[in-house]
Design a protein around this ligand. Sequence first.
Ligand code: GLN
Length: 188
Amino acid sequence: MTVAVLALQGAFEEHRKMLAKLGADSFEIRQKKDAEREFDGLIIPGGESTVMGKLLHELGLFDIIKEKIESGMPVFGTCAGLILLAKSIDNDSAIHLATMDITAQRNAYGRQLGSFFATADFGDEKDVPMTFIRAPYIKKVDGDTVVLSEVDGKIVAARQGNQLVTAFHPELNDDTRIHRYFLDMIKK
Ligand code: GLN
């Protein structure tokens, strides 16, 4: 199994380490020819969604990636990756790949709570460590989107078919359960 990690900006290296720990091969997508390779799943990391959104267009990656997701390729967006996948962003006029039926709220925890740590359940998994960095949350899910985690009444993880998103950064903790969940999505 080979997982591509979008490596334009942000926290992509840590995702690759996580995948290696779980025995999955990975490579980085930095330009168009990388996105044209064969791969089984894609991780869109945290970073700055406006910058990544712009680079996707400038590097000619936008259409290839959107098309792959729409034709069912498993994708996992963390933090800014969640924002890039959202069909609607409550406090931003820009939308990006817009493949998932969620409404995201950017920088949703304000300045004071810009970064924090929590533990919460994720689907059937108990007490998963969650690191939030200037994180969004999901204000609303639509269609057949399933909520997987909530912290303080806010939705912080969800899945719609081949698409998984977390508002937090699972790659920054030692717990491999979220990445394993994504690899299981690819296997099925
Ligand atoms: N605040 C960033 C954004 O709005 C997301 C932060 C992150 O990915 N850690 O794009």
